[in-house]
Design a binder for this molecule. Structure first.
Ligand SMILES: Cc1cc2nc3c(=O)[nH]c(=O)nc-3n(C[C@H](O)[C@H](O)[C@H](O)COP(=O)(O)OP(=O)(O)OC[C@H]3O[C@@H](n4cnc5c(N)ncnc54)[C@H](O)[C@@H]3O)c2cc1C
Length: 510
């Protein structure tokens, strides 16, 4: 592949969400010359607004989605091994409500859930009676408990982009694909740098449309074609409140509309509550939680928990758009969460593969399936490899061992920081801590344990540019920092950018 303004790739991926980053990593690791563009920050759309569960989806069994559930359940342990820093097992408690689902139905579902895929480390499901320490109202005295896993969704995207880069891929953030057309057996792809407005062209033997909720619009706007399938855009929102209970378990609450709401331990001091299903009419850019959604989530939680919440307890919220593959009508919670591809080419050349739907949980299998589909166009492509290879920073045997080694190597590192580095960066922490021998070597402290060294690492290694990238996607430190502290970070970033521009100008003048 030639680099520069007119690079030619084997595979060009548009979209830096989990599916685009996963496909780029898989393809680059198989020896293809890969490029990826993301018009905003990595994971800036749906892939940072999920419920953050690596799960089979107990309720999808009710809808007969056995293929999806089996694939997703199998992925739990694969992903726990691949990314033990950002993915961890979690127990889920479902309070029994005999008016909504009988105990027999739930127990049968959990038995199936336990057995549909190989499970070696996650414990089996069980039925419990609530005890005096329960945070739930007294009528919920019987609980069903099962295993799934929790993931830092935005970091999963970044780690896949890093894995792609390690294998030679060129990742361009803040870069929008504005058009793509087939010319003489290649894709001519026009890109615009969103910050500066300048445009460039790259060429590629194959194109992947992995723009999530924008997938159909990409056909109309960028390809000037009619989309072969439509996606149904359904908004889902979450609220964050001060922690509702002290345990590490999550709750899955049933509501009379047959929907379910999760309550998850979140970032130490908080609980994450979601989600909703709201049909979305406008463009994917314009989303935020509605008042009705806030009230709905509070109502479901208040129906179950002893502690009663009101709107003033909400400290943060976020909303995302599910691109659901089935375009039919009917309740959104019943629409399939599975994925589909569309693949076409021009007389055997310049294939276009588009991704419709998908879940965070199944991104790796989706990427493998995408590469299988494209394999006839790349005869010398190497075989699938991602199942057994850790993501960057995930090359350690257990979080306890990693913490122990941090304690030995960096005895001066405060306990809270050690824990956070371990679960955010794993062994990548060594890059932040290189040559540091005391806390002051980490540089300026912005608040909540965010030091200059981490900021610099995120900018240099993880494509972070703005305070929002750092505080809400690379970390969730935005939850813990005051507005004054956030302003100090913004000022630091601004000064840093100005200094970089000055250096560039001086270098050009020499
Ligand atoms: C509320 C909610 C809860 C969910 N919970 C879970 C869960 O718990 N577990 C789970 O497994 N899944 C969950 N999901 C599903 C999961 O989040 C999505 O399936 C997944 O994130 C979709 O990823 P994607 O890469 O397809 O799309 P996105 O993450 O939206 O990425 C597409 C990217 O393409 C970029 N883009 C668009 N157009 C262009 C262009 N022209 N040029 C360059 N870039 C462009 C966008 O900026 C965007 O970053 C949830 C979804 C929602 C909405």
């Amino acid at each position: 592949m030639s680099q520069g303004s007119s690079a030619t790739y084997d595979l060009y991926v548009v979209g830096g969400g989990i599916n685009g980053a996963g496909i780029a990593a898989d393809a680059a690791g198989r020896g293809l010359a890969v490029g990826l563009c993301e018009m905003n920050d990595l994971a800036s759309a749906t892939s940072s607004a999920s419920s953050k569960l690596i799960h089979g989806g107990l309720r999808y069994l009710e809808q007969g989605e056995f293929r999806l559930v089996r694939e997703a359940l199998g992925e739990r342990e694969v992903l726990l091994r691949k990314a033990p820093h950002i993915i961890r097992p979690m127990r889920f408690r479902l309070p029994h409500n005999p008016k909504l689902r009988s105990a027999m139905v739930i127990q049968a579902g959990m038995l199936l859930y336990d057995r549909l895929a190989r499970r070696t480390t996650l414990p089996a499901s069980e039925t419990l009676n609530s005890d005096s320490a329960t945070p739930l109202r007294p009528e919920f005295n019987k609980l069903f408990e099962y295993s799934d896993a929790w993931v830092d969704d935005a970091r999963l995207v970044v780690l896949n982009a890093m894995a792609a880069r390690q294998a030679g891929a060129v990742i361009s953030t803040r870069t929008q694909c504005i058009s793509a057309a087939r010319e003489q057996g290649l894709w001519t792809i026009r890109l615009r740098n969103v910050a500066e407005g300048n445009e460039r062209v790259v060429y590629s033997r194959a194109l992947v449309n992995a723009v999530g909720p924008w997938v159909s619009r990409f056909y109309n706007h960028q390809l000037k074609e009619t989309a072969p399938k439509q996606v149904r855009l359904v908004q889902g929102s979450h609220i964050v409140v001060p922690r509702l209970y002290s345990g590490d378990e999550a709750y899955i609450l049933q509501h009379s509309d047959r929907r379910i709401v999760f309550v998850l331990p979140y970032e130490g001091r908080f609980s994450l509550i979601g989600t909703t299903d709201l049909e979305h009419e406008t463009t994917p850019e314009t989303i935020s939680i509605t008042q009705d959604e806030v009230e709905y989530l509070l109502m479901v939680v208040n129906n179950h928990f002893l502690q009663q919440l009101n709107k003033d307890d909400v400290v943060h919220s976020f909303a995302g758009i599910r691109p659901l593959v089935c375009a039919n009508t009917g309740p959104a919670q019943k629409a399939s969460r599975d994925y589909e591809f569309s693949l076409d080419d021009d007389q055997g050349e310049a294939p276009l593969l588009s991704v419709f739907g998908g879940k965070i949980t199944t991104y790796r299998k989706l990427a493998e399936a995408a590469l299988n589909k494209l394999s006839p166009y790349f005869c010398d492509m190497r075989p699938a490899w991602t199942a057994d290879t850790p993501l960057p920073g995930g090359d350690f045997s257990s979080p306890a061992e990693l913490l122990e080694s941090f304690s030995q190597h960096y005895p001066w590192l405060p306990e809270e920081l050690k824990q956070r580095y371990c679960r955010s960066y794993g062994t990548l922490s060594q890059q932040i801590l290189l040559y540091c021998q005391q806390l002051s070597d980490l540089g300026q402290h912005f608040g909540a344990g965010l030091y200059q060294r981490e900021v610099e690492y995120l900018i240099e290694q993880e494509w972070a540019l703005t305070a929002e990238d750092i505080l809400w996607r690379r970390s969730k430190l935005g939850l813990h920092m005051s507005s004054r502290e956030i302003k100090a970070l913004q000022e630091y970033l601004q000064k840093r950018t100005q200094a970089c521009i000055r250096e560039l100008i001086e270098a050009e003048q020499q």
